[in-house]
Ligand binder design. Structure first.
Ligand SMILES: NC(=O)c1ccc[n+]([C@@H]2O[C@H](COP(=O)([O-])OP(=O)(O)OC[C@H]3O[C@@H](n4cnc5c(N)ncnc54)[C@H](OP(=O)(O)O)[C@@H]3O)[C@@H](O)[C@H]2O)c1
Length: 236
């Protein structure tokens, strides 16, 4: 299914998943706008992409004004923005709940919820203007609904980001644009599989499969789906 002429902004594009999402969207004919904290990291990603329908910006998504400037720059470059894919990640945890430092929560709150708030607010007008093409997609973790005792801050912050996204789905009602959550357990890259051929990675999600799912959710057949959690786990 073609996404030719459409534009997708990818927040946190320099991580494990981002480059694969950019590849998949470009292969479907879309333009992509990548954002991450580090320009050098982004340039490394851009260098691997098979198209010049790409823009990259170093943006600190903890800064609401920078997030707005990113949206404005992408809109100027491509004329409109049809979707925002939120892939910003990071993890703090591993300590029993009673001993976990407050800092775990502060870091996770920043990474998961504040970046979701800033991107959704910055891009809302563009997404609404895109009507039935408009998409906000958050990648989340099984931990948000089934938290482990040693990852309370991570799980709680991801749950907050999911709830914010479901609220955005409600906020977008009437515009045609949608907001959904894609849930994974653990990501695995082709390089990780190649490095450990003896490992089955049964409960992991291959980044190429997650990218294909996100790309499908940007296409027209997914236009009636909003406020949903798509869980890419459970088979094992
Ligand atoms: N990896 C997994 O196994 C796993 C499991 C469950 C859910 N997920 C979710 O899947 C998504 C993609 O995972 P991933 O492993 O590709 O993510 P990731 O590498 O942890 O994060 C993606 C990128 O976001 C950047 N970022 C963090 N804070 C930022 C900010 N304020 N402004 C701009 N960029 C910022 C990170 O930069 P820095 O490296 O500089 O912080 C990183 O390059 C994430 O939402 C993650 O929570 C992943």
């Amino acid at each position: 299914m073609s996404l030719a002429g459409r534009t997708y902004a990818i927040a946190g594009a320099g991580g494990a998943l981002g480059p694969h999402v950019a590849w998949a969207l470009l292969a479907a004919g879309a333009n992509v706008a990548l954002a991450d904290r580090d320009q050098e990291l982004l340039e490394g990603v851009v260098g691997t992409l098979p198209s010049d329908r790409v823009r990259s910006d170093a943006v600190d998504l903890l800064d609401p004004a920078e997030s707005v400037r990113w949206c404005e720059a992408v809109t100027r470059r491509f004329g409109a923005v049809d979707g925002l894919l939120h892939l910003v990640g990071g993890w703090r945890g591993g300590t029993p709940l009673a001993e976990a430092p407050d800092d775990d929560w502060l870091v996770m709150h920043d990474l998961a919820i504040r970046t979701t708030q800033h991107t959704s607010r910055a891009f809302r007008e563009q997404l609404a203007a895109a009507g039935p093409r408009g998409r906000f997609l958050l990648v989340s973790s099984l931990q948000a609904q089934a938290p482990g005792g040693r990852s309370a801050a991570y799980a709680a912050a991801k749950a907050a980001a999911e709830t914010w996204t479901l609220a955005l789905a409600d906020d977008l009602k009437g515009t045609g644009a949608t907001a959904n959550v894609v849930v994974v357990n653990a990501l695995v890259t082709p390089e990780q599989k190649e490095a450990s051929p003896e490992k089955a990675f049964k409960t992991f999600q291959d980044v190429r499969d997650v990218a294909a799912t996100l790309t499908f959710l940007c296409t027209d057949p997914a236009r009636t789906m909003s406020g949903q959690r798509v869980v890419l786990a459970g088979a094992h």
